[in-house]
Design a protein around this ligand. Sequence first.
Ligand SMILES: *Cc1c(COP(=O)(O)O)cnc(C)c1O
Length: 343
Amino acid sequence: MSTAKLTIDLTAIRANWRLLNAKSTAETAAVVKANGYGLDAARVATALAKEGVRQFFVAVAEEAPAVRKAVGNEPQVYVFSGHMHGDTDLIRNNNLIPMINSVDQLLRHVEFLPDQPFGIQLDTGMNRLGMEPFEWQSVRELALRLKPHLIMSHLACADEADHPMNSRQLRIFKDMTAELAIPKSLSATGGILLGTDFHFDLTRPGVGLYGGLPFSDARSVVTLDIPVIQTRDIETGESVGYGNTWTAPVPRKIATISAGYADGIFRAMNTAATLYAGSTACPVVGRISMDMIGVDVSDVQTQIQSLQLINETHGIDQLAQDAGTIGYEILTSLGRRYQRRYI
Ligand SMILES: *Cc1c(COP(=O)(O)O)cnc(C)c1O
């Protein structure tokens, strides 16, 4: 077997949801956008539905049918991008709840799907999606008459607990939704950790479910084992890989492993990345190729079949740090040719 093996622990995802749910005074939803952060939205949603999750969020309507099929008709499936031009059939046929984010969308929704539930998305300062205060003011009365299912906003800096933006957005959200008897939602993973003031009626964790920061207590969800294709001993002064960018300072044992940048192992990471044989760290040497990477395994005494790039002790956020990115991007870049195994 020469393709790398990605193990996805659905029981850990369920456990992470329980942990976040226990921290929250609100109902806890699950965000399964971007194909469940790259881990397969249908499988993730199925596992979480068994755990009792009744509210799911996707980014765009096209992502919703797989989730609807997985969870059945009862749970709610919300769409962050709202009711976009061309989405009407998907929304109707999959019984979705679009999170309306502009006056245009509200009018489109009322015109094409007057009986279909919807939510309202407010902008409290992130300037990404949602109605701004003046816009909300202008359609508030109309929208309220149509009884929105949920009213939400999103925090820009929730992963930094002390950031003044958090309390500012909280205050604006409270001002914009004061006295409304509609379920409210402000927090994703980061907001749950900011405390109960931020929880309102529904929380929307994503990355924490999948084992990522800022939820530092999360259980690890993914393990990536990459097979060794060949091992060789090289002399002082010999180089490894394209461009001769790395030269052995002393005699070394080099393993060539079967994955590369075509699998989402960013080439820009260069030699910052480390693989593991058990607890022994094995640094990447030379350039990362499309399908192969050279790794210094001189410190490994035993015969090795494979090395781990992601495991329980060196998870997605450690790898993200090596790559100058965040755990979210590591997850959503995980290669499509990995042989995936679900626990
Ligand atoms: C992605 C997203 C979430 C989930 O965020 P995490 O940081 O992954 O928990 C929640 N709400 C909105 C609007 C989002 O875009």
